[in-house]
Design a protein around this ligand. Sequence first.
Ligand code: GLA
Length: 406
Amino acid sequence: MNATRMAPLLALAAGLLPAAHALAQQPAPGLAATPQMGWNSWNRFACNIDEKLIRETADAMVKLGLKDAGYVYVNIDDCWHGTRDENGNIRPDPQRFPSGMRALADYVHARGLKLGIYSDAGATTCGGRPGSRGHEYQDAQTYAAWGVDYLKYDWCDTKGLNAAGAYTTMRDALRATGRPILFSICEWGDNKPWEWAPDIGNSWRTTGDIYPCWDCEYSHGSWSSWGVMRIVDKQAGLRTHAGPGHWNDMDMLEVGMGMTEEEDRAHFSLWAMLASPLILGNDLRTMPDATRKILANRDAIAISQDPLGVQAWKFLADGQLEYWARPLANDEWAVLVLNRGSQKAHGRFDWSRHDISDDFSKRALDTKKTVYRWHDAWTGKRGATAQPLDLDLAPHGVTLLRLTKN
Ligand code: GLA
């Protein structure tokens, strides 16, 4: 049995799954058993997209080894739309997508990848293109006929709509197509989607948009985008709502979008620890190898894709240092130490002096009873919990360890 198919069983064994009937309500049972991995056009290209970019991105994903590392979805965000025809059927922008979406889906599928698309619960998208309000079933049928595998569904222009109701309508419309289409809710956390979305979508955004900075708020006037630390801080208290098939989405990655390498590594590690979808947001065609290495790090990805599907929690904050733990399948653990500060940090972490136990998963990392060996995802260093961990962290640096029983 492969890891994806095993995930719900492991989670069930650990008592972490909601009732079976709840999962059965999802758009297509079995999707996103681990957090979805792929790429999306928005962070780097915004509305400046066309079919050539999508094809070249699919090619780059294969050529650069990202497909082999686990990335599957190639997602077109806002602004692919043209107008509706006289029967209300949505059409792609004829200048930017002259070959049509079916041809693009075929191109992506021929490379063993999947195609994602974007719409909005309101009458218009955030980019002012036609939204799906009043066309939900029709649009879902169109996407299925095109061979679309993933729908990101946004929340602009939705005055008067009830969020749970609007997302339920689109979930039901997707289900009615009979095609498994991953349903990615993008409601920015405004109506606490973690409370109502686990049986509606495969993931739900928990915050407003991300911005490629460490700890800033970037104001657009009536709304703000958030740096990596701001988004991490907004996850407090949400972990018990997520699990296989239904994830907290911390927004698409900003790795390779202008932060330092240390910050990129920390950002990627935190998204992996918190079981957020890993949706790349940079230009894959031109990225430097240093960025590619971060995105393709097998150890970090294995933590993200752990079949138990339990999100990490912060078990200790000590000045500028934060310590996070994530229980993994087969009695393994992941531990992350983050230096939030802008100065180098040195420290010693004595495992035996800390009680790391999780009420949610009922797991405990008891290094007094059991010695774990550890392996650092970024440096390859190895050690064991019998000795204190010597920390030497760059500003905004991270240590990411996988712990295995001896
Ligand atoms: C919203 C979403 C973004 C992106 C844009 C597109 O801001 O949160 O992720 O999809 O709309 O207009």
